[in-house]
Design a protein around this ligand. Structure first.
Ligand SMILES: [Fe+2]
Ligand SMILES: [Fe+2]
Length: 469
């Protein structure tokens, strides 16, 4: 008996397009589980979104050696070098050790050193697997100087120019970047995905009132008529880390806690997340306030802490960073989502001159764009804590996502860069003294709502909504 026939036998009338839209994985789940589903469960199943984990880090921790760091950077050079080689100008790069004077050259390397000369030139020391060479960015070429100022150590770039023996005079700098041809994909149906991060459950100032409003809104019981219409169409919710406040994250934190036990903080989180309608698929990754290791990639939550969360039927827990695909159906390839908490953002906000001048850490949109152009989430060795991986550098942005989602700076902002929707999420706690002292401006209680059919992003301000009521 076909599934349609089985459904008819149970007097369940299904819009054929709903069934047609199921992907192979969902179809299999339905085939094997149909007899056990209650009618309500079945209806929820057919209406729920599709989530596939494309990449989530699961490698067991092992003792790391110096050689692992060497391997890690070699793999990065290969991975990002491969992206750069897709450009015609860099399709056949020369090895640095074999460069000869008075030749036109094209090279790909990792930035080992950078300095400015007294005369205003910039010298980069580039390294590949064969050697190192100095590259001169002349002060007479303003575009090169502007690009050179923003270049950070350990990123992988391409250079074309003239070799003058032990120095290359650069004509062009190439960044791996997002191809200009990357299209802004749109779903055929009217569905919404919503995004949040930095809930910090356990913090004494957590916005309970706003969170309760948010839950009511998702159940269609709060907000303006327009917002209620959106709530009905939400199928996906992403949470980009810092689920709980944690314990012992910074000195004196105990004074900021209403729940002093990590497991209890997670249970409080689970109790609140459980109130989200179960047809909404929830994808979440850890942040730097979580229990567990801080070095990236961070694993998904340890079972000991997450029992109650993982017991929820609509939860997909992934590593930080990770790639997830949502909303794939028979007629639509789905959207890929790169989820990264954003721990490295503070470094780039402070260190990249063009970002610093425009607001630094308060411009996560510029930081995200910068990292997309570098195709790496934290290229500079000192910009985050990480576990070297001699098989692959897990922080390389190997595939261009449709959505790049992060948090950590507690500053909600969004933009689009070459077909990639970049969203930095808001937070659910007020600004701390530490954030004030480090120049961060936070904008809490906002939820970005994304219409997957138009790719329009609207910020819903829950604090304002609450006041409006
Ligand atoms: Fe946070
Ligand atoms: Fe954080």
């Amino acid at each position: 008996m076909t599934i349609i026939e089985k459904l008819l036998q149970r007097d369940i009338l299904v819009d054929p397009s709903l069934f047609e839209n199921l992907n192979d994985q969902q179809r299999k789940q339905l085939e094997t589980g149909i007899d056990e589903f209650t009618d309500e469960e079945l209806e929820a199943f057919l209406n729920r979104g599709s989530v596939e984990i494309l990449w989530s880090y699961t490698k067991k921790p092992a003792k790391r050696s110096y050689q692992d760091f060497v391997g890690h950077f070699n793999r990065r050079l290969e991975q990002i070098g491969g992206i750069l080689r897709q450009r015609q100008e860099l399709s056949a790069p020369q090895s640095i050790a074999r460069l000869k004077a008075d030749q036109r050259v094209a090279i790909i390397g990792i930035v080992w050193e950078k300095r400015e000369t007294k005369n205003g030139h910039i010298i980069l020391e580039l390294e590949d697997q064969t050697g190192r060479i100095n590259v001169l960015l002349s002060k007479n070429k303003q575009e090169l100087i502007d690009q050179g100022k923003d270049i950070m150590l350990d990123e992988v770039i391409g250079i074309s120019g003239q070799c003058g023996g032990d120095i290359v005079f650069a004509d062009n700098i190439y960044f791996p970047d997002v191809p200009v041809t990357h299209e802004l994909k749109k779903s055929p149906d009217d569905t919404f995905a919503i995004f949040m991060s930095d809930l910090h459950f356990g913090n004494k100032d957590f916005f309970y009132k706003e969170f309760d409003f948010f839950i009511k809104w998702l159940h269609g019981k709060a907000g303006s008529d327009a917002h209620k219409q959106v709530a009905k169409k939400v199928k996906y919710l992403f949470i980009a880390g810092d689920l709980i406040e944690g314990v012992g994250i910074y000195p004196g934190q105990e004074n900021d806690l209403s729940i002093k036990d990590v497991k209890e903080q997670y249970n409080e989180f689970a109790r609140h997340i459980a109130q989200i309608p179960s047809h909404i698929q929830i994808v979440m990754c850890p942040g730097n306030h979580e229990a567990g290791r801080l070095a990236e990639p961070q694993f998904n939550l340890y079972n000991d802490f997450a029992e109650e969360i993982l017991a929820l039927p609509n939860i997909h827990f992934v590593s930080n960073p990770s790639y997830v695909r949502i909303h794939r159906s028979k007629n639509f390839p789905g959207f890929s989502v790169l989820l990264y908490h954003g721990y490295s953002f503070i470094y780039y906000g402070n260190q990249v001159p063009s970002i610093f001048e425009k607001g630094g850490v308060n411009r996560p949109d510029l930081i995200m764009k910068y990292l997309l152009t570098r195709r790496h989430l934290a290229p500079t060795h000192t910009s985050n804590l990480y576990i070297p991986d001699p098989i692959e550098d897990p922080l390389v942005i190997r595939d261009v996502p449709d959505f790049f989602i992060s948090g950590h700076t507690h500053h909600a902002v969004h933009d689009t860069y070459r077909g990639v929707t970049m969203i930095n999420c808001s937070c659910w706690v007020p600004m701390t003294d530490y954030q004030r002292a480090s120049g961060l401006t936070v904008n809490p209680g906002k939820v970005p709502l994304v219409n997957l059919q138009t790719r329009q992003v609207k910020m819903m301000s829950l604090r304002k909504e609450e006041e409006d009521e």
